[in-house]
Design a protein around this ligand. Sequence first.
Ligand SMILES: NC(=O)c1ccc[n+]([C@@H]2O[C@H](COP(=O)([O-])OP(=O)(O)OC[C@H]3O[C@@H](n4cnc5c(N)ncnc54)[C@H](O)[C@@H]3O)[C@@H](O)[C@H]2O)c1
Length: 320
Amino acid sequence: MRYLITGGAGFIGGHLTEALLKEANNEVVIIDNLSTGLMSNLRSVINDKRLQFIEADIVDMEGMDDCVKNVDVIYHLAAAVGVELVVNEPAKTIVTNVHGSENVINAAVKFDKRIIIASTSEVYGKSFKEKFSETDDLLIGCPTHSRWSYACSKLLDEFYLMAHYHSHKLKGTVARFFNTVGPRQTGKYGMVVPRFVASAVEGKDLSVYGSGTQSRCFCHVFDTVRALIALADCPESHGGIYNIGSHHRVSIEELAGLIIAQLNSSSKIMKISYDEAYEKGFEDMMHRAPDTNAIEALIDWKTKLSLSDIIKDVANSIQK
Ligand SMILES: NC(=O)c1ccc[n+]([C@@H]2O[C@H](COP(=O)([O-])OP(=O)(O)OC[C@H]3O[C@@H](n4cnc5c(N)ncnc54)[C@H](O)[C@@H]3O)[C@@H](O)[C@H]2O)c1
């Protein structure tokens, strides 16, 4: 099979590329502008002749059609990602995530290709439920808070894909990732696990934003990649939306404590306000956990790796 991965030099894209190239008959084409992605994420496969890397921007790329027409499956992962990046560059976030996705989805429609797009648990917004399922109503915050532009832009991608599924029978699927973590993820754009682990390894204070009672579920990227690969082969998923995430919910303060304990670190926990960490009036959701019944029923998928595996793998990767 021949795969196109937009954002293939990113954190999830790099792991997906490695996993796909483990199969002898697979080939991978990557389109990435290296904005948050790194060639080092592809270090183990960069000399593989079955990998083609194209440095380009999905927003204004020439030659998208040529890339798409020669592949069997498209994974569309390229996006502006990370709370800090989204808050600091809201206009760029919208252009990348809306126009960029439009270009990729249009090409998939034109050549009738299988496409899986990456969406996010952020689309559930500020709802007070503790567990979110794909058919839930969504409660997005006001546009004066730029953090919601990410959720809205990703939601528009979902609607756009669904529109083409209904109008053109596009073989499209939406994967809504909940916090996905693992080796090589950078804490640079606001991802909490690599940020905490890096601080713990260096013996620096771990900065918990807000009260620390907000909770999240962290899924190992290897589990996420397994789901993505299985989804590609599953025609029943066309026109479907699937949560992909772990059930193990942990508060952010608890997470900081677990990381310090597991890494035998001398670091302390320090609390700072959201206003100080991000922007005045920053809004966060208290709890976010996925209902994964849909994907479990579809492809018999369950997470295999624990939070402790995640901490170990992230720490090893940072220490390397
Ligand atoms: N990591 C998570 O917890 C998480 C959670 C929810 C959703 N997602 C989604 O998963 C996908 C992958 O995220 P990730 O965590 O690997 O982030 P990442 O930043 O590592 O990967 C995104 C990749 O897209 C590339 N990119 C960005 N804009 C581009 C453009 N205009 N043209 C071409 N390439 C571009 C970046 O260089 C990067 O390699 C994204 O769509 C993201 O929204 C991730």
